[in-house]
Design a protein around this ligand. Structure first.
Ligand code: IMP
Ligand code: MG
Length: 185
């Protein structure tokens, strides 16, 4: 098979496929234990959460339904615009569901703070956050944190495993730091 040309744009690989799988397995075990006997609804935030969602739902061994939302906040920059907009809403009423938001990364916190407040207002039985990556140094909204975290990442722009730069690199199966030369032109 030919070499992955996207690798040329990666400064450093942060997490291999195996390391990511270990995070998923651990989070799945924690979630399975906590949601036994509950009415779990996994809410994936498109498009970044597709890989986490697909892998995580396979290792959750209690009944779980899934739904998706899409929000937009970034444009094609590497820093948040501070504005969030719902591009696609859920298909259902979430009253009585134990909602678990599934995200790719918690950075400034603007997106998840917004989503948590919007979804909380719809009276779910409970609401928690699962993110595979947490970038605490990027935080602007102070009172937001995740209940399930794969691992923390440094304050660098990372791509792969669902995470994009200008819509690209999502299909890398590992996570790496993007070379600055790719976005500082
Ligand atoms: P926040 O609103 O700043 O917490 O950002 C959340 C969203 O920003 C994520 O869902 C990602 O789409 C995007 N994001 C934040 N940091 C990164 C990164 O390092 N790489 C790729 N996307 C990122
Ligand atoms: Mg994104």
């Amino acid at each position: 098979m030919s070499k992955n040309v996207m690798l040329e744009d990666i400064k450093e690989v942060l997490f291999s496929q195996e390391q990511i799988q270990a995070m998923i397995t651990r989070m799945g075990a924690e979630i399975s234990e906590d949601y036994e006997g509950k009415n779990l609804l996994l809410v994936g935030i498109l498009k970044g959460s597709v890989m986490v969602m697909a892998d995580l739902m396979k290792v959750i061994n209690v009944p779980a339904e899934i739904d998706f939302m899409a929000v937009s906040s970034y444009g094609e920059d590497t820093k948040t615009s501070g504005r969030v907009r719902i591009v696609k809403d859920l298909d259902r009423d979430i009253a009585d569901y134990d909602v678990l938001i599934v995200e790719d990364i918690l950075d400034s916190g603007v997106t998840l703070a917004y989503l948590k407040s919007v979804l909380s207002a719809r009276n779910p039985a409970s609401i928690k956050i699962c993110t595979i990556f947490d970038k605490p140094d990027g935080r602007k909204v102070k009172d937001i944190s995740a209940d399930y975290v794969g691992d923390t990442v440094p304050d660098e722009f990372i791509v792969g495993y669902g995470l994009d730069y200008a819509h690209k690199y999502r299909n890398l199966p590992f996570v790496g730091i993007l070379k600055e030369s790719v976005y500082k032109k």
